[in-house]
Design a protein. Structure first.
Length: 387
């Protein structure tokens, strides 16, 4: 990437291309696709989201044992969450798109090669995470296909209710398996995007916060400048910080409620999958299929908590940078402005889910502990039913 022309939104291009494909980001009305996009979106979402959701949900309601209930719940609940996330993206799309203009404005505020390198590193980190999650999802779907191929009896990738008898003949099973697998692959595309786009935005905001911290830490150490000029530079940095804070609040509004539901969903999925793997009678390929699903669901929440914690850390670095600039040799008015920035920097950049739950690695550990507690409870229920 050309260091002289850094574009943060480059890391978001793939996300919004996929959002367009899955029906939540309409193109311009002047194009043929744009004029018919509403119909396209309805067909895509009814076929690949609502139908498969009904299939998972009916299968869950038909569960006749704790083991089958756990196996069904661990796919029905995450899919419900992904549908809610998709609705949320459609609802907040305008605000997310407006944040791109803010990111480009912050790109233009970069002052030196070191700051540009920080942003480029953030873009590369976001793209690396996207590619890694893509490979993980491809592996998960591949394991599911292998599981269907080697199964001793007709089976589908995940427990699903099908409204026709698809086990009677090879042709019926083959057509059903192909339809089911196609729907799962379409959902996997949406899952890839819904898992990674929050982390990409958070990484970009973190990178710009880090670049601002570098600018602030250099204040007063260069060639001597008039007091008025130094004050003007600091005012510009204060404005940059205000822009970052507004961008942070915008992301919090966009992600808050779905992140709260994600924590609950992850704990339930971890609990039910572990119960099914530990106490269910499963073969090696079925075991691997559910194990990969467990890793995928856990990684999604881990990524969210990691990137949110990264942003919080860079906010603390900005506070340190305010202290480390050469404020001793500056004017009284400069110091007053610096105190104003210092007061604002003391509010930590902690994303909050559902108003009360901070998104951090500590919360991720709480989710895992909650899953273990629920697993213990399910085990006690299993023991009491055997007695």
């Amino acid at each position: 990437m050309d260091m002289a022309k850094v574009d943060s939104t480059r890391a978001l291009v793939n996300h919004w291309r996929i959002f367009r494909i899955i029906g939540v980001h309409p193109p311009g009305k002047r194009t043929v696709w744009g004029r018919h996009y509403t119909a396209y979106s309805m067909v895509w979402n009814v076929t690949f989201h609502i139908c498969i959701w009904l299939s998972f949900s009916v299968n869950l309601l038909q569960s006749n044992s704790l083991e089958t209930f756990c196996e069904s719940l661990c796919v029905a609940m995450p899919h419900t969450l992904y549908m809610l996330k998709l609705i949320n993206v459609g609802r907040m799309r305008g605000e997310l798109i407006r944040s791109h203009r803010v990111l480009r404005h912050l790109d233009r505020r970069l002052g030196c090669a070191d700051e540009r390198r920080i942003i480029v590193a953030g873009i590369e980190q976001a793209e690396f995470i996207f590619r890694t999650i893509l490979r993980g999802i491809v592996c998960t779907v591949t394991v599911g296909i292998v599981y269907m191929a080697v199964a001793s009896e007709p089976t589908l990738m995940y427990p699903t209710w099908i409204p026709w008898n698809w086990r009677d003949s090879s042709s019926s099973y083959l057509s059903t398996a192909m339809l089911h697998t196609t729907a799962i692959m379409a959902n996997a595309t949406a899952v890839l995007n819904l898992c990674t786009y929050p982390g990409t935005y958070l990484i970009l905001v973190s990178a710009h916060t880090k670049a601002l911290a570098l600018r602030v830490s250099k204040l007063g150490y260069g060639p001597p400048l008039p007091a008025v000029r130094m004050q003007a530079i600091l005012v510009g940095y204060i404005h940059d910080h205000q822009i970052i804070l507004r961008l942070f609040k915008s992301l919090e509004r966009s992600l808050s409620m779905t992140c709260f539901l994600q924590f609950f969903c992850t704990a339930c999925a971890q609990c039910t999958i572990c119960y099914f793997l530990l106490f269910g009678n499963v073969g090696i390929m079925r075991f691997m299929n559910m194990l990969f699903l467990l890793v995928a669901l856990t990684t999604e929440t881990l990524l969210l908590c990691y990137t949110a914690e990264l942003l919080c850390k860079e906010g603390e670095s900005l506070l340190t940078a305010v202290y480390s600039c050469n404020w001793l040799s500056q004017s009284v008015h400069f110091r007053r402005l610096l105190l104003l920035m210092l007061a604002r920097c003391q509010n930590p950049l902690i994303l909050v889910a559902g108003v009360i739950v901070p998104i951090s690695m500590k919360t991720f550990m709480v989710v895992i502990k909650g899953a273990y507690t629920m697993l213990t409870l399910l085990n006690e229920i299993r023991k009491s039913s055997l007695e």
